[in-house]
Every structure is written in structure tokens, then in C-alpha cells.
Design a binder for this molecule. Structure first.
Ligand SMILES: Nc1ncnc2c1ncn2[C@@H]1O[C@H](COP(=O)(O)OP(=O)(O)OP(=O)(O)O)[C@@H](O)[C@H]1O
Length: 649
């Protein structure tokens, strides 16, 4: 696992706190551990040791302490920090006694805490008289020591303090610790320091998260006593000066109580709550450990912030609606007519001038507008498309320019920004500009000239930076002659002119546009057919067709063809003549059946006759052949007497 960024780095910091005797004895071990830890060696005198250690803890300069005997006990009892104890091993004591026996037959043993009953067994073994004593305080130790001295003991085995006293009195003091025990103490301290650092890292992380939250958070234990609180909640509970830790939340602020959560164990989310003259959204959550409820937490979210977030989410959704999805890469086809249009559009995209896109319905005017926007310096900014023909005049006006609150009956509170404002810094695509009512044309002209808009009912204009791309399928020059379009607006919009060719003027693009559409549709519907292979027999029909609805019509037809193809699992099994039911327009065109040369002759003729309602002249026209040819075919194919089965047109 990667270490938390909050875990302190560098060597673990140990503080070795002891009396002089053990400290001096332990120096070789301290030197041994110097590469693995940063070790501070401190002289600990009884009582003073704790104050020294506390100072280190408060300054946060020590990860773990290592100490022995009474010092270790005092540190453990009084510090909120890990303390490793240098333990006295039984073998250590035995070695010290063997040394003592060489000097004297009577040995005093003075240890911190309690006596060691097992020593009695050693007594006989070593042929030594042992007088054992335990002490709790330094005074206690001194008294024990004095008593032994009075009794004539000259050698004392014991802790660091005892050895110190013995030496002061000119007696022999033997330290009961071995270097091995001291090493063990340092190893324990290193491990404690490692764990302490991990915990400190975790705590820091939580602390930092909690303290940086904008929300007010409080956590309580099982008894509703506050165990954690962050600054915003501290403020709500009584200000920074008040000590809230350990207090019952219920008593401090009954309105924020978590008792019900503690009792029921149920989470409450997004509950509106009024507190301290503000509106909040409250979450109350039980805290569980191993399934048991051990506490609960309350989070208060500022209602204003939530409302702002809601608005921003809606704005984001709206911005996504106002984004241009297509680029020039979305344009299928390689015909010279299309390529010329693309080349012009690419050039226009580099300017910031208005563009008037002309062309029949469905030729791709909006697609080109999006592509120009995405190729321009305004890419990534809003692209707002509005169809001027799809709104009644009054609505179009408020859609485009927005309104102030109270501008008209039923106007929304706070007013509404218009599409010009929505398109600010981006592009506004005004489709079907020829359908814009004259009064709005006047307003539009003013916006284009002044570069500012005035919301309905507003008194001050709003500056606006928008590139306008307009489109029309109507001949604006004729509308001008009929006084249905303002000439000055026409010149304003018409700075750059992009005329898009109708699909029938670039029939070579039909396959390139239709094939991916059919392929996508087949894949979506789970058909195994290859779109290009399945479309090939239909290409003469598709190419011959007039496409009054241009690419949009082709898209629609491609979907129908794909759905028709669904019933076949192999291309050579497709009965193309049946497509006439789904796409009659393809078959109804003059010469259609003749175009579908890949279809068997019998089917083509039957189809043409059916579509012509039995009229031979019309059927011949559909097939693109003379009446006499048709008659001949009919006789050959059907052996039919034409006069009885058909009518002459
Ligand atoms: N060259 C092309 N390649 C692929 N798809 C195209 C191409 N041209 C147009 N389309 C697609 O045809 C459909 C109609 O295009 P678009 O809406 O841009 O036409 P329009 O001229 O703006 O139509 P209208 O005048 O009716 O608003 C869209 O789905 C568009 O993606």
C-alpha cells in the first residue's frame, strides 16, 4: 500500500529516557540503532521524566519513547504516546547475581514494582544469600537501599536508580539489565513508532478532510457525547472558545440531537432543517463498528449552497444542449460539389464574420454551421441553434432576447436569459431566418450592430459577444422584393455566403452517406448483414431518386431499409421487390425499376405494373422503356394477353 501523504517521512523519532546508569550502559545499543532511528537520549529523573516527555509529545517531535523500570511505568501512565519498556529478563538477573557472587556471599536485590519469588530457587543453586526488595517511589528505593546498607550488604543488584544510589554510598551496584534486553526495548520502540506514524497519518488525513469541509460536521459516541467537530460546526455550537468535546450534543443544542439516530440506527438523508436562522439540509448517519452502533454523525449542508449546486447542474445540462457535436469529419461524401462547400466553410471558420448558409431543407446547413463553429476560435464555447420558424412571434422574441421578472403576465420569477445570452462568447445559429417576423428582424439588426441585447422589460442593455450564422432554404432576395425581409439585415447576415448543394446535385455521395447509416442501424438491431453488400443492389434506385428532403430524407430511408433487411440473414436471400411496401417513393420514381437492374426482370416489371395501377404507359415510363418493349416483356414473362389484364393510359 502506498504511504499516505499525511504519514510523516524520515527516520522514526525515538526518545530514550532513563537514569544515568542504564543510559551509559545502553550507549553501544544507541550507536547501533543510529542508522534506523533518530534517537534523543534524555536524562530522566523521577518525576521530571514525565514533564520532559510531555513537552516532546506536545511539540510532536517524538514517535515513541523507550524507557525502563519506574520511568517506563510513569511514562505509560501519564503520556498519550507509545512507550516501549526495556524488560528485565530472568537470565539478565541471573547473570548479575553470578557477577555479584564473585564479590560477596550476601547480595541485596532492589527492583521496581515487585519482588521475584523465583529468585529463592536460585539462592541455593548459587550458594548465595539474597535479600529482595521492591520499591514504588525513589524515596521508597532510598529507604530500601539504606536498610540493606545498615544490614551490612556491600553488593546491590538492581535498577538504574538503585545502582546510582549504591555508587553514591561507595558500595558496589550491579545493573540487572543486559544489552540484549535493551536491544529488545529499542526494537519494540521502533515497531511502536511505525504503527504510531501510520495512525498519525490516518488521523491527519481525517482531521484535514473534516476541517476543510464547508459543511458543518459533528460526531458523537454511543452516549451522545461529542467526539469530533469541525470549525463550521464549532461555530454553530457556540463559537471557537467553547470546549465542546465530551459534552452531550443533546444538551448543548437539542435541535441538532442525534439521539434518535443512535436509538433507531436509521440513516436520515436530506432533511430540511432550520437552525440558527438559516436553512440547512441535514444528514444523520449512525456509525457502526462490526455491526454495532458506536456513535452517530450529523452533517449540515448550507441550503443556499445546495441550491447553487442545483442551478449549476441545470446550467451544465443546458450547456450540453448548447454544444456543437459535429465537425467537418461528420460530413460524409467526396463529391466535388460537397468538397467545394467544405473548402469555403473551412475558410469562413477562420474568420469571425457572419455567414449565411443557403440550401434546401435537409442539406446539412446546421451540420455545416456546427462544423464551422468547432473549427473556429469559438470552439468549446456555446453553440446555440434556434429555428425561427418553430416559434410564434412573441415567444421567439422572449426566447432570443430573454425577459426581466414581471415583463409580462406569467413571466418567470427572476426573469429568464435569452438564447443570445446563452450563446455569449459562442455562436448563435438562426435557422429559417426567412421566417423571422419583420419586427424581430429589426431587433436582430440592432443587436448585430450594437453588440448588446435588451431583455424584454429591461432598462439596461447587456453586452453580448456572439457570432451569428444564419440559414435559409428560401430565396431571401425574393422575400426582400416582397418586403418580407429587411434588406439591411440581409446585407448584415450575408457577409459570407455558403450555398450547399442539394443531394441530387451530388448523387455520388449517396452511397457514402447511406452505407454507414444502414451499417449502424443493422448493428444496433443485431443483424449480421453487411450494409455495403446489402445496399449494392439498391444503389441504382437510391441514385436515381430525386431526394426532395435531401440528407435528412436519406437518413430516414436508410433506417427503413435497415429495418426491412432485418428479416433476412443473408444478402443473397433478400427479396428487394418487397422493399416497395416500406419505401414506395423509391419505386414510384420514373425509371426506378429500370434502375434496379439487379432485380430479376419479372419482379421489376411486376413491381412497375403494380405501382402504375396496371397502366402500361405509366409502367413503361417507370421502367424507362418504351411501351412496346414493356408489352413484349409482359408477353414473354407472363404469356399474358395484355388487353385483358392491363389498361392503356
Ligand atoms: N454530408 C453529410 N454527411 C452525413 N450526414 C449529413 C450530411 N449532411 C447532412 N447530414 C445529416 O442530415 C441531417 C440534416 O442536416 P441538417 O439538419 O444540418 O440540415 P439543414 O439543412 O439544417 O435542414 P433544415 O433546413 O431542415 O433545418 C442531419 O442529421 C445531418 O447530420
Amino acid at each position: 500500500m502506498a504511504p499516505s501523504p499525511f504519514t510523516p517521512t524520515g527516520l522514526p523519532r525515538l526518545c530514550f529516557l532513563s537514569y544515568r546508569q542504564i543510559r551509559e550502559f545502553a550507549m553501544p545499543v544507541v550507536a547501533e540503532y543510529a542508522g534506523r532511528a533518530q534517537i534523543e537520549v534524555v536524562d530522566g529523573t523521577f518525576g521530571g521524566a514525565l514533564a520532559i516527555a510531555q513537552d516532546r509529545v506536545e511539540r510532536g517531535v517524538v514517535d515513541a519513547f523507550v524507557s525502563a523500570g519506574s520511568n517506563a511505568s510513569i511514562l505509560r501512565a501519564g503520556l498519550r504516546a507509545p512507550v516501549a519498556t526495556i524488560q528485565l529478563g530472568g537470565f539478565d538477573l541471573l547473570q548479575a547475581l553470578i557477577k555479584a557472587r564473585r564479590i560477596a556471599e550476601r547480595v541485596g536485590v532492589v527492583m521496581y514494582g515487585q519482588t521475584i519469588p523465583e529468585l529463592d530457587a536460585v539462592k541455593d543453586l548459587l550458594n548465595i544469600e539474597i535479600s529482595q526488595h521492591a520499591y514504588q517511589t525513589p524515596d521508597d528505593a532510598r529507604q530500601r537501599f539504606e536498610a540493606l546498607r545498615r544490614e551490612g550488604f556491600t553488593v546491590i543488584v538492581g535498577s538504574s536508580l538503585v545502582v546510582e544510589l549504591a555508587e553514591e554510598a561507595g558500595l558496589v551496584g550491579l545493573l540487572a539489565y543486559s544489552l540484549a534486553s535493551i536491544r529488545k526495548g529499542f526494537d519494540d520502540a521502533l515497531e511502536l513508532a511505525r504503527v504510531a506514524r501510520l495512525e498519525a497519518g490516518r488521523y491527519e488525513q481525517l482531521h484535514s478532510v473534516l476541517h476543510n469541509l464547508q459543511e458543518a460536521v459533528v460526531a458523537v459516541d454511543r452516549q451522545d457525547r461529542i467526539i469530533a467537530v469541525n470549525p463550521p460546526m464549532q461555530q454553530l455550537l457556540g463559537g471557537p472558545g467553547l470546549r465542546v468535546q465530551g459534552q452531550a450534543l443533546d444538551a448543548l443544542q437539542p435541535a441538532l440531537s442525534l439521539r434518535t439516530t443512535l436509538d433507531s440506527g436509521l440513516e436520515e438523508r436530506a432533511v430540511a432543517q432550520r437552525f440558527a436562522q438559516r436553512d440547512w439540509v441535514a444528514h444523520r448517519t449512525p456509525i457502526r463498528e462490526h455491526g454495532e452502533i458506536v456513535g452517530a454523525a450529523l452533517t449540515l449542508y448550507d441550503a443556499g449552497t445546495i441550491q447553487a449546486a442545483d442551478t449549476s447542474l441545470r446550467m451544465m445540462q443546458r450547456r450540453q444542449q448548447h454544444a456543437a457535436r459535429h465537425g467537418f469529419g461528420s460530413l460524409a461524401g467526396t463529391s466535388p460539389a460537397l468538397q467545394r462547400a467544405v473548402a469555403s466553410a473551412r475558410r469562413f471558420a477562420r474568420t469571425d464574420l457572419g455567414v449565411l448558409v443557403t440550401g434546401e431543407s435537409g442539406v446539412g446547413k446546421e451540420l455545416f454551421a456546427q462544423a464551422m463553429h468547432n473549427d473556429s476560435s469559438r470552439a468549446g464555447r456555446p453553440f446555440v441553434a434556434v429555428n425561427c420558424a418553430s416559434f410564434p412571434e412573441s415567444l421567439l422574441e422572449s426566447e432570443l432576447f430573454g425577459y426581466e421578472e414581471g415583463a409580462f403576465t406569467g413571466s418567470r420569477r427572476g426573469g429568464k436569459r435569452g438564447l443570445f445570452e446563452a450563446a455569449h462568447t459562442g455562436t448563435l445559429f438562426l435557422d429559417e431566418i426567412g421566417d423571422m417576423p419583420l419586427p424581430l428582424q429589426t431587433r436582430l439588426l440592432r443587436v448585430l450592430q450594437e453588440r448588446e441585447i435588451m431583455r424584454l422589460g429591461a432598462t439596461a442593455p447587456i453586452p453580448i459577444d456572439v457570432r451569428v450564422i444564419a440559414a435559409t432554404h428560401q430565396p431571401l432576395v425574393e422575400l426582400i422584393a416582397q418586403q418580407r425581409f429587411r434588406q439591411d439585415l440581409y446585407y448584415r447576415l450575408n457577409t459570407l455566403r455558403l450555398a450547399l448543394p442539394a443531394l441530387r446535385e451530388r448523387r455520388e455521395d449517396i452511397a457514402a452517406i447511406a452505407t454507414p447509416l444502414v451499417a449502424r442501424c443493422l448493428a444496433r438491431l443485431g443483424s449480421p448483414l453487411d450494409a455495403a453488400a446489402a445496399l449494392a443492389p439498391l444503389l441504382p434506385l437510391l441514385t436515381a431518386y430525386g431526394w426532395p428532403g435531401n440528407v435528412r430524407e436519406l437518413e430516414n430511408l436508410a433506417e427503413r431499409i435497415a429495418v426491412f433487411l432485418l428479416q433476412f440473414d443473408r444478402v443473397d436471400a433478400v427479396r428487394y421487390t418487397e422493399l416497395a411496401h416500406d419505401c414506395p417513393e423509391l419505386f414510384a420514381q420514373p425509371g426506378a425499376a429500370a434502375g434496379a437492374a439487379d432485380l430479376p426482370l419479372a419482379e421489376r416489371v411486376a413491381r412497375a405494373m403494380e405501382l402504375a395501377g396496371g397502366r402500361r404507359a405509366e409502367a413503361a415510363q417507370r421502367l424507362g422503356v418504351s411501351r412496346s418493349t414493356l408489352w413484349r416483356w409482359l408477353r414473354e414473362l407472363e404469356g399474358e394477353k395484355p388487353q385483358t389484364a392491363t389498361r392503356d393510359a
